[in-house]
Design a protein around this ligand. Sequence first.
Ligand SMILES: NC(=O)c1ccc[n+]([C@@H]2O[C@H](COP(=O)([O-])OP(=O)(O)OC[C@H]3O[C@@H](n4cnc5c(N)ncnc54)[C@H](O)[C@@H]3O)[C@@H](O)[C@H]2O)c1
Length: 344
Amino acid sequence: MAQNKVKFAVVGIGGLGRSHMIGINNNSDVAEIYAVCDNNEEILNRVANEFNVERRYLDFYEMIKDGGFDCVLLSTPDSIHREHAVAALEAGYHVLCEKPLAQTVEDCEAMVAAAKKSGKKFMTGQVCRKAPGFIKAKELVDSGAIGELFYVESEYAHDYQFLGKAWRWDPVNLRYSIIGGGCHAIDLLRWIAGDPEKVMALANRKVLKDWPVDDCTIAIMQFPNNVVGKIFCGIGVKRDYTMRTCLYGTKGTIICDNRNPTIKLYRHAITDNGEHIYPDKDIPVDIAHHNVSAEIKDMCDAILNDTALECDVYEGANTVAVGIAAVESAAQGGMPVAPRYSKR
Ligand SMILES: NC(=O)c1ccc[n+]([C@@H]2O[C@H](COP(=O)([O-])OP(=O)(O)OC[C@H]3O[C@@H](n4cnc5c(N)ncnc54)[C@H](O)[C@@H]3O)[C@@H](O)[C@H]2O)c1
């Protein structure tokens, strides 16, 4: 009988890993939680009890040795994605890895090579591609509703000041904010406008003064087809989390966010008496800014029906490549840097 459910082993069940467990349960027709792993015993037992999971591991490699599952879902700190992803692929498992894929181009390349060699399915969890507002915005752009793009901008504006100094603050494995959180905005613009050819960035640190990385980065980019773009990433921003995104085309403009129930579409029109106007239309969309359930559904479909994943290991690697280019550019006072992309 053909397999009809994907068995997941979820690693790192503190924050987003727990959300993924809800996502797996939301797809119970095709997915199940087989095992969980967290090296924090209190978190491991609390969350495993909450979800009634019997197979629980403090040690990742013990879990890999025991096996019995199909897919390893990594929701651990960014700096250990590479080690666990490569080990899981080498042991013959599919991998769903949280964003950002990794923190360096070298780590991404190692993951790309391991995924390629294994032939296993690999999804990078760039979840903005599952936010209904952004899906609608991309559909409108692709359909030509705003003509040809000429300028795109997106942002990741968050406040990490009261998060506490856990792994995001790590002074050894620096978690540059333009990669760690800014990868959402980078990935969104890459998805809509393609791979930037060059990146010029400036950064400062005026809010999180005791953090080891800059808290504000702006990066301007040259996209294909002579589209220009900008990303703002701030992790000390004094307002609610937002990913406000504006897409400017020759015939119209889209303004959207992952937390608004509508997206705005402006289009040029001429009234009967010859007046040029730009009426705006509010298009209703669901709010699902962390739509991990949709990711789980796609991953299961890819494994059970051998379909291709849209946000695979290359997409994850190339989003990180743009973030690294921004870090390198900012370190040189805004010099243009070409991202080092992974080739399929
Ligand atoms: N898609 C999104 O929007 C989004 C949002 C938040 C976080 N993330 C990503 O998810 C990942 C986890 O972030 P988080 O906010 O859930 O962090 P978290 O600190 O809340 O959870 C991470 C968990 O991993 C566990 N862990 C650490 N090292 C481990 C190891 N060696 N073996 C097993 N478990 C280990 C920790 O005990 C913790 O429970 C990160 O890569 C982060 O960038 C993505």
